[in-house]
Ligand binder design. Sequence first.
Ligand code: ATP
Ligand code: MG
Length: 423
Amino acid sequence: MTQADLTTAESADSLEPRIIPRAEHNISRRDVDPEALKVLYRLHNQGYLAYLVGGGVRDLLLGRRPKDFDVGTDAPPGQIRRLFGNSRVIGRRFRLVQVFFRGGKIIEVSTFRRTAEETDGDEVLGANNTYGTPAQDALRRDLTINALFYNIADFSVVDYVGGLKDLRAGLIRAVGDPQVRFHRDPVRVLRAVRHAARTGFTLTPETRQAVEAHAQELALCPSSRVRDELMRDLKGGAAAAWLELAHDTRVLYCLLPSLEAIYGPPDSAERVQAAGLLAKLDQALAAGQAPPEPVILAALLWPALEAVAQREEFPPGRAGRVQWSLLVRRALPELAQAVSFPKRVVERACQIGGLMGFVRYPLPDQRLPKKVRDKGYFAEACTLAGLLGHDLKALDGPGARPSKKRRRRRRRRRPHRSPAAAA
Ligand code: ATP
Ligand code: MG
């Protein structure tokens, strides 16, 4: 039986995992979060299965530091809740337990669950709320490299889906039949592209075909889920690679159709420029600076905005600045429209984008008005300007000429000097 046949909970029962003993993989307990280890050991000592699951296992196998350590177990939520004093049950569709530790750390513990997809008929996004076996839990996951378990009982890796082989071969492969799985939950299309971009792995031909075939169905998903996943793509440290792959697979244009005419042509200089801007943001993130969301959004759309601006003529100086700011206000929300980015993020992106008029259409000796420097978003505007190769702060420098109002105020403050004193 192939893995693609194993999408039903019943057939999962006949699936034998590949057990990779400690000596044959690189996951060391030293690299596992100590609190996650505590949770795993307590469950294990109470006689339950206790696995590290999901992205944490993938990252450890890749030698990277995981963002979070999630635990899977056969203990039901009520039992998990009783085992950990400082914990609470969350989730309506699927209940899981959050265990709290000092310093605000949270370890999420979920009971193995089966996919409810086989009972959904043709509906996109069925409820996913029944508990199951470890095999069923592996088969409900999105990608083979995300479906590996680390068993605290013997420190082995438990692999129901061939995930370790794919991980070692650098392949992104959907669990089960990608056409079915991506149709059931089109957000998986985004997840496949993200993980390919992040790891530098290749989509298998079947998974890539399904990505391309089901990308349009992203429009059927709740907009908040799509937006959240997209922000994770852009903030994940591999945004430049993501843009290229999202372009190659046309996922980008299913998300943001108004970018297609500008970034879509194979030789689009604007797309290359956008990838360059996102690469700088990836570098900033790697250096420990998390760029704010409005800067990320502005960077993604900037070359498109410039392309729109090319259709207009901008006079020099103040008039050009005002026209630029109006253009940003009109065109940026239009370019971003298809994804429901939070209003405040779009508004902020317009504000900082509008301020770029000062570096695009400067006047000789122009000094930034105080009211601009005092804006709550001035620091973000400086970050965007830096990204675009401008120095907004320099307009605030000593050589800059004070504004008319300031000059007048200074004159008024200067003590009156009598002609005698002057002599
Ligand atoms: P990251 O490092 O970005 O957190 P991750 O793989 O851990 O990546 P999460 O969103 O934290 O991603 O999800 C945890 C796990 O849940 C995934 O590894 C995957 O196994 C599973 N998962 C998440 N979303 C889906 C989905 N839409 N369909 C199936 N499985 C999913
Ligand atoms: Mg995660």
